[in-house]
Design a protein around this ligand. Structure first.
Ligand code: SF4
Length: 349
């Protein structure tokens, strides 16, 4: 691990100003310097469960860590109203997982948190940090390999390497790394909105627009400005939130990332689908909303045949590599299972 400076901030505004000053003027890369994203020179840190990992591996070498745990005084509440759920960005994963109203009214959120990492990690990790966690691609984590995300323009060792865990949706010729999180799938399915504060002010951003497809610049993973910090996540209420569910398929049943997962929320009238929300994990480069599959379900009676039709549509655009073609079948089966289990949920009036 490299030496770094450390600074604590007590408000989002001061954290953003400190970050802005640390990065200086200019664009995403230092003019005339190596193509190392400026954002990596200084980093926000909260729970640190992802950041310290990459610092220890020397994948990220920030010169400055800006500790935002002091923001918890204003941004660590969980509020449930008739309009929806508001989660402060400094809420710990375990805190949201244990909240009775989250369990009852937004079970898909409870389940995505419950099935993530280990309880020890969930006690530390913040919700804002969790949605920004970086890929587990083995070649990204090991500095001796070529990786466009870690060193732009250096190549991608995963393309012809061991790519069993890699994405089949949303990939590019530069990067096929899968987005590793679970909670984000619940948020994208439920149409969450992210509130941020940057040096130039605050804004609200659809969660669906937070993560960027890799395209030609896989090193730029989100649409956040380098000095922007997430302060809250709002999840709107809807007739589908109670009937919501997450299925995660992984190589072992604890402390493991998804091979394929599906977050589903349904508004049913009898067996007829009035509204369907579907997000896929483990198979895509970003949290993946499967809108075409949702359209297949709307207005129809949900049975296994219809679920299989929707799953086929969800994976129509899949691009596979040598070791991950199995994810097409596994991903479809995961979605079918999630849809049928969500339909079968008993909802208390
Ligand atoms: Fe790097 Fe992406 Fe290739 Fe992995 S898949 S080696 S993260 S460029």
């Amino acid at each position: 691990m490299q030496r770094f400076d450390y600074r604590r901030e007590a408000s989002a505004e001061s954290a953003a100003r400190t970050m802005s000053a640390a990065l200086g003027e200019g664009g995403f890369f230092a003019a005339g310097g190596p193509r190392v994203p400026l954002r990596q020179r200084a980093q926000f840190i909260a729970g640190g469960t992802n950041m310290t990992d990459y610092m220890t591996l020397d994948v990220i070498q920030p010169q400055l860590l800006i500790d935002i745990n002091g923001l918890a005084a204003r941004h660590s509440n969980i509020e449930v109203t008739a309009h929806g759920l508001r989660l402060g960005a400094l809420v710990r994963m375990a805190q949201a997982e244990d909240h009775p109203a989250v369990r009852a009214e937004y079970p898909v959120i409870h389940e995505t948190l419950l099935l993530a990492a280990s309880r020890q990690i969930r006690n530390m990790a913040s919700l804002g940090g969790n949605v920004l966690q970086r890929t587990r691609c083995e070649y990204f984590r090991e500095r001796s390999w070529a990786c466009n995300k870690r060193v732009p323009g250096s190549g991608c060792a995963a393309m012809d390497g061991i790519n069993r865990q890699h994405a089949i949706l949303g990939t590019s010729d530069r990067c096929i790394a899968a987005y590793p999180g679970d909670f984000a799938q619940a948020l994208i399915a439920l149409g969450a909105v992210v509130e941020t504060v940057g040096a130039s002010g605050s804004r609200h951003l659809s969660f669906e627009k937070l993560h960027r497809l890799p395209g030609d610049t896989p090193e730029i993973e989100t649409t956040l400005a380098p000095d922007e910090v997430i302060v809250a996540i709002d999840v709107p209420a809807g007739p589908w939130t109670r009937r919501s569910h997450y299925v995660k398929v992984r190589d072992r049943q604890s402390y493991e990332f998804a091979v394929a997962s599906a977050a589903v929320a349904l508004h049913l009238e009898g067996d007829v689908v009035r509204e369907a929300r579907i997000a896929l994990g483990g198979v895509a480069t970003v949290p993946w909303r499967a809108r075409e599959a949702e359209q297949v379900l709307k207005g129809q009676v949900l049975d296994v045949a219809l679920a299989e039709k929707a799953a086929a549509v969800a994976f129509e655009g899949a691009r596979v590599r040598a070791h991950n073609a199995f994810k097409v079948g596994t991903g479809k089966q995961t979605l079918v299972r999630a849809l049928m289990e969500t339909r079968a949920m008993e909802i208390q009036p």
